[in-house]
Design a protein around this ligand. Structure first.
Ligand code: NDP
Length: 280
């Protein structure tokens, strides 16, 4: 039976360390600040924002919440971002996605100053990640790397297979695994014979948004399996991996919920602290 990678426990531990570093930074005169912008009434987004603000409070990071009406104009949103860019008490800016349909997400995200882009979605940060330069990187992929490391697995030389190639999870995590010297294969919806790839993975990261799509027979015995999926079905949350069959084969596996999710917020705190520290 696989060992469970407890993302909640790891996250709690890391948050205590972040709290200590926030306290130290405050003693040197810098209060790290995160601005969270939520446009509209999406219930899931509201929960995410609430959790992010609570996590800030726990670690001592100052949060500034901006709740904009559903019909906010692009000009108003852009103006707020420009204002936050210029505000020295704000070190990180997060625009909660998805934005209401009439708004241009890419435009809003590209307006955020790259130094305050704690979600790591700006083209400058995405480009720096590709070049292997220091940058603010996307939070979910950062959390995935921490989860893999927590198992004691040496990533170097391992075959890592990433299923999913989105800009926020699949592509950045593939680049990070490559940076850690894994041999990386990226699969997507046009991949033929997917199971041939997943079955050869020492490290398998699945981020596709399909409930329990990867089953135990698609996994190599002893593999580290990171399930990024968050699929709501009949009031319950399911991963992209079928946990019941996968846990019989894998060496380590993340549960859903309680795996990748908590780590994403923790890496947001880490990025905010990093952005604030680089100001001083
Ligand atoms: P996207 O919808 O942006 O991307 C999905 C990717 O999966 C695409 O690259 C797509 O391929 C690929 N894909 C879809 N179907 C298949 C298939 N049958 N076989 C192989 N590949 C397939 O999703 P995200 O990356 O944003 O999110 C993925 C999942 O992770 C979702 O469930 C999301 O809710 C969750 N998530 C969880 C987070 C957390 O903190 N826990 C954070 C972010 C996301 P193609 O490119 O060819 O279309």
């Amino acid at each position: 039976m696989a060992k469970i990678i407890d993302g909640k426990a790891l996250s709690d531990k890391l948050r205590l360390g972040i709290r200590d570093r926030v306290t130290a930074l405050k003693a040197s005169g810098i209060v790290p600040g995160l601005a969270v912008v939520l446009a509209g009434e999406d219930p899931a987004s509201k929960v995410y924002v609430k959790n992010k603000i609570a996590a800030c409070e726990f670690t001592g990071i100052k949060s500034f919440a901006y709740y904009l009406p559903h019909d906010v104009s692009q000009a108003e949103l852009d103006e707020l971002i420009v204002t936050l860019n210029a505000d020295p008490s704000v070190h990180g800016i997060l625009v909660q996605l998805p934005l209401p349909k009439h708004l241009d997400e890419l435009k809003a995200l590209s307006l955020i100053s790259p130094e305050k882009d704690v979600d790591g979605f700006h083209a400058v940060n995405a480009g720096k990640l590709m070049l292997g330069e220091k940058c603010l990187s996307a939070c979910t992929p950062l959390g995935i790397i921490e989860l893999i490391k927590s198992t004691g697995t040496d990533i170097a030389g391992k075959h890592a297979v990433v299923v999913g190639r989105s800009n926020i999870v699949g592509k950045p995590v593939a680049l990070m695994l490559l940076k850690h010297d894994a041999t990386v294969t990226v699969c997507h919806s046009k991949t033929r014979n997917l199971a041939d790839f997943t079955r050869s993975a020492d490290i398998l990261v699945v981020a596709i948004g399909r409930k329990e799509f990867v089953t135990g027979d698609m996994i190599k015995a002893g593999a580290v399996v990171i399930d990024v999926g968050m699929n709501r079905f009949e009031g319950r949350l399911y991963g992209d991996v079928e946990f019941s069959s996968a846990e019989k084969i894998a060496g380590y596996i993340t549960p859903v919920p309680g795996g990748v999710g908590p780590m994403t917020i923790t890496m947001l705190l880490e990025n905010t602290l990093k952005a604030a520290s680089s100001v001083g």
